[in-house]
Design a protein around this ligand. Structure first.
Ligand code: G1P
Length: 291
């Protein structure tokens, strides 16, 4: 079994829900507090020991590349000024081993994954969707670590899920499963954004996966539906063959592709911040008395 060494972050969405900021600023560079969302996602991989991260970007995303590159003059100035803590922050962004690939045609999630194929070939890969942040907290096993551990123990592809209720089931991929042992479900079917009546369970797929190398070859052979090849079709095939597992994630998920989710992320990360948390808490309490 190949070891998990690569990760793909599809981050080529145009971000039209965030216009006008996304006209000139790529969506993955939108900041939660002081850090772009794409960096939070890259940091999720620190607990996993991934050797190479492939970020799939849209054309004109040089600012993302600059973010992950070394900025020698900034680092030099911060050192000269004795601002060591800031120097460490500035230096960190260049420490990720990141490769970029441009998704020229907006042909969906599977299209983005296929853009990364020259780097991943037939190796297993972690997949982290760029519109979601997962906050693990200090005590929990981070979501990606849990998926990587399950993959390394079983050699099977594994996806993270969360429980959803009511109309929310129609917003996500949905799994059916045959058994659950120690929190690991054996998936036997998968349906993308079902109606409430067609849902197989209350378990929705969140944007975190560890997939075996065969998924890449399946995506290459699957017939497109309309313009798009559908990742769920490949995952459903794995599920039918008993090769797909799922685990309910532990932590807090933020949908930063949505304005309210983005605001929530900013407020909650600010509340957790050592620098600002106390002041923000007092501000929110005071504000709450007025609204
Ligand atoms: C994608 C997946 C879906 C999953 C969701 C999680 O959908 O296709 O199965 O539940 O991400 O956010 P999208 O949100 O890109 O439409």
């Amino acid at each position: 079994m190949s070891k998990l060494k690569k990760a793909i972050i599809p981050a080529a969405g145009l971000g039209t829900r965030f216009l006008p900021i996304t006209k000139a600023v790529p969506k993955p560079m939108l900041s939660v507090l002081d850090k772009p969302t794409i960096q939070y996602i890259a940091e999720e991989l620190e607990s996993v020991g991934i050797e190479e991260v492939i970020i799939v970007v849209s054309p004109g995303s040089d600012v993302i590349k600059n973010h992950f590159a070394k900025n020698e003059s900034l680092e030099k100035t911060l050192i000269e000024d004795g601002k060591t803590a800031l120097y460490e922050i500035a230096k960190k962004t260049a420490s990720f081993n990141v490769k970029f690939v441009t998704q020229e045609i907006p042909n969906g999630l599977a299209g983005a994954i296929l853009c990364a194929e020259p780097f991943v070939k037939d190796e297993p890969f972690a997949l982290l969707l760029g519109d979601e942040l997962i906050y693990a907290g200090k005590k929990d096993v981070p979501c990606m670590k849990r998926l990587a551990d399950i993959f390394n123990q079983t050699g099977k592809s594994v996806i993270a899920t969360m429980e959803v209720f009511g109309d929310d089931v129609s917003k996500y991929g949905n799994i059916g499963y045959s058994e659950e042992v120690d929190g690991v479900m054996t998936v036997n079917a998968l349906v993308e954004k079902p109606s409430v009546n067609d849902a197989l369970s209350n378990n929705a797929i969140i944007g975190r996966y560890v997939l075996s190398g065969e998924v890449m070859s399946m995506l290459k052979t699957l017939k497109p539906k309309g313009r798009e090849i559908i990742l769920t079709d490949a995952l459903d095939q794995l599920a039918q063959d008993g090769k797909l597992l799922a685990s309910c994630f532990d932590g807090v998920r933020y949908d930063v592709g949505d304005k309210l989710g983005y605001i929530r992320a900013n407020v909650e990360y600010a509340l957790r911040s050592e620098e600002l948390g106390q002041e923000v808490r007092e501000y929110i309490k005071e504000l709450a008395t007025k609204i």
